[in-house]
Design a protein around this ligand. Structure first.
Ligand SMILES: [Zn+2]
Length: 245
């Protein structure tokens, strides 16, 4: 067991604190593209629904124009039939032309009813689109604001990481390489990357398991580097009674 001074233990605890903080910041930074992705996805979906509304209106207008031209061509046919009416020779021809005209007129009247309905549908689709566009522009503003705030978070994290890195260097200089090697070797094995844990009332705070009495005894001498037999973290003991005095 390598020997360790109380000061070195305190330094290791400090080092762990720095590493944990840096880890937290790194995971915040890692989340940032994800957060931006979610914002962009929401915006994209909304834009798509605006486009769908626009397409619907285009379709309705197209159909409406088809009706319009149908009505026009029917009117042309009526005019022709009326001209024909003037030059018919027999009563039979006359009746049949009249019937033709009536049929076309009734067709047109059906189309015009249809057109009225389409006008209502176009109107309601246009008011939907307007509401959707208003909401869209709000979401664009909101997204931009959130992106600015994410950017600020990101810059803060990066800035803090730079500071922590220099703190880490300073702290590491206070420790000899044997202890650092052990620290980082233990750390690599821990799922939470925490290499050092306090032992309180014979319980390792890293894994919450009891350590043997003999080890607990030795630990209280605070002069050699010990590991928890369960989780393998470096363990230390602090005299809290002394502190509170
Ligand atoms: Zn443990």
């Amino acid at each position: 067991m390598p020997t360790i001074t109380e000061e070195q233990i305190v330094t290791l605890v400090k080092l762990q604190k720095i590493d944990t903080e840096a880890q937290k910041l790194e995971s915040i930074l890692k989340e940032i593209p994800l957060r931006i992705g979610i914002l962009d996805e929401r915006l994209g979906k909304f834009m798509q629904s605006v486009e769908e509304d626009e397409n619907l209106i285009n379709e309705l207008n197209k159909k409406y124009r088809t009706y319009e031209s149908d009505v026009q061509s029917n009117l042309g046919m009526i005019q022709k039939s009326q001209e024909k009416l003037r030059s018919v020779k027999t009563n039979k021809e006359y009746q049949s032309s009249l019937k033709e005209i009536e049929e076309i007129k009734s067709k047109n009247s059906k189309i015009e009813d249809e057109m009225l309905e389409f006008l209502e549908r176009i109107e309601s689709a246009e008011s939907n689109l307007k509401a959707r566009r208003d909401a869209y522009s709000k979401i664009v503003d909101e997204t931009n604001r959130e992106k600015v705030s994410i950017e600020e978070d990101s810059n803060q994290c990066k800035q803090k990481l730079v500071e922590l890195e220099s703190d880490r260097k300073a702290v590491m200089e206070l420790l000899d390489s044997t202890i650092l090697d052990i620290f980082y070797r233990v750390k690599a094995k821990q799922p939470d990357s925490v290499a050092i844990a306090e032992v309180k009332d014979a319980v390792c705070q890293g894994c919450n398991l009891n350590i043997p009495p003999q080890l607990y005894n030795e630990l209280q001498h605070r002069n050699s580097l010990k590991n928890c037999p369960s989780c393998e973290r470096i363990i230390y003991w602090e005299d809290h009674s002394k502190r509170s005095e």
